[in-house]
Design a protein around this ligand. Structure first.
Ligand code: PAF
Length: 286
């Protein structure tokens, strides 16, 4: 079946109504486009688990701060369509900002606590913008399952919590981070990196690997784990850490070394030049 492009909310609902009525399942992959192999892994998983796969491509202004890169965020719908066709998606939903927000939005989804900690503290309003658009996409597509990358680990936890709190009738599927051969997590923002900066980027995954080794060796004090990560990052002069977070993997609560959680989430935001890169790793406590 060739890939269909839909730009209107009403049209997508019309297209999906008979799918649901026929008892077929719908998988939704929400994206901001400029798709790479990380997104392809989400689409492949959705393809394997659903009858119809919808991929949304929408750079959501609500989740960008005033000084962030909304205007310059990379966009290439033709290339996205090519990748989606190759991976067997059925429908790309690519609405305009006017279609999604015909007037200023006054209703938001705020996942309290989880949204304002860690990355949320550094990007005020970001997770509110994410939760609001994702809730809206769920109401538009009414999917059975929705797919998100683990790379944006806090985002995934925010969405899981929103779905649980508001009883959205769908399953959230987290998909492991896809990496280049040198360990760099794939991200649409990697295009901003100069060759020299790109060569520095593996330091993120290296620092996470060192912390995973330390946890494997019995280190559970979050300060000690953070020191291991910062020690590796300090070896790379181009890397400026913005967030080094060590938290309980399922709740993102701080860790009490006397009662460590079953697994620990390590989350990083590191500036390399003007680009802010994210990475994460979840490590089981032995
Ligand atoms: O992860 C992203 O690309 C975005 O935050 C999402 C989930 C598509 C919401 O705009």
């Amino acid at each position: 079946m060739p890939l269909e492009t839909v730009t209107k909310i009403a049209e997508l609902r019309e297209r999906l109504r008979p799918v649901r009525q026929a008892g077929q399942s719908i998988g939704l992959v929400p994206t901001m486009g400029y798709l790479h192999r990380g997104h392809a892994a989400l689409v492949d998983r959705a393809r394997a688990e659903n009858d119809v796969v919808v991929v949304s491509v929408f750079v959501n202004p609500l989740q960008f701060g005033p000084k962030e890169d909304f205007a310059s965020y990379p966009r290439d719908l033709d290339a996205d369509r090519k990748l989606l066709a190759e991976h067997g998606a059925d429908i790309v939903f690519a609405p305009s900002v006017e279609e999604m927000y015909p007037r200023p939005i006054t209703t938001h989804i705020e996942v309290e606590e989880l949204s304002v900690r860690l990355e949320g503290e550094r990007r005020p309003g970001h997770f509110r913008g994410v939760a609001t658009v994702v809730g809206k996409l769920f109401n538009i597509a009414l999917p059975d399952r929705a797919y998100f990358g683990e790379k944006d680990y806090q985002q995934l936890q925010v969405i899981r919590r929103m779905v649980a709190d508001l009883s959205f009738p769908l399953e959230i599927v987290g998909v492991p981070t896809v990496r280049d051969v040198d360990g760099v997590a794939l991200s649409s923002r990697n295009v901003y990196l100069s060759p020299v900066e790109r060569a520095a980027a593996p330091v993120l995954s290296r620092s996470l690997a060192a912390a995973a080794d330390a946890i494997g060796g019995g280190t559970v004090d979050p300060q000690d784990i953070e020191a291991v990560v910062r020690g590796v990052l300090a070896d790379e002069p181009l890397a400026a850490p913005d967030l080094v977070a060590v938290a309980a993997a399922d709740t993102l609560e701080p860790i009490d070394p006397k009662a460590p959680p079953p697994s620990i989430a390590l989350m990083l935001a590191v500036r390399i030049g003007r680009t802010r890169l994210l990475d994460q790793r979840v490590v089981a406590v032995p």
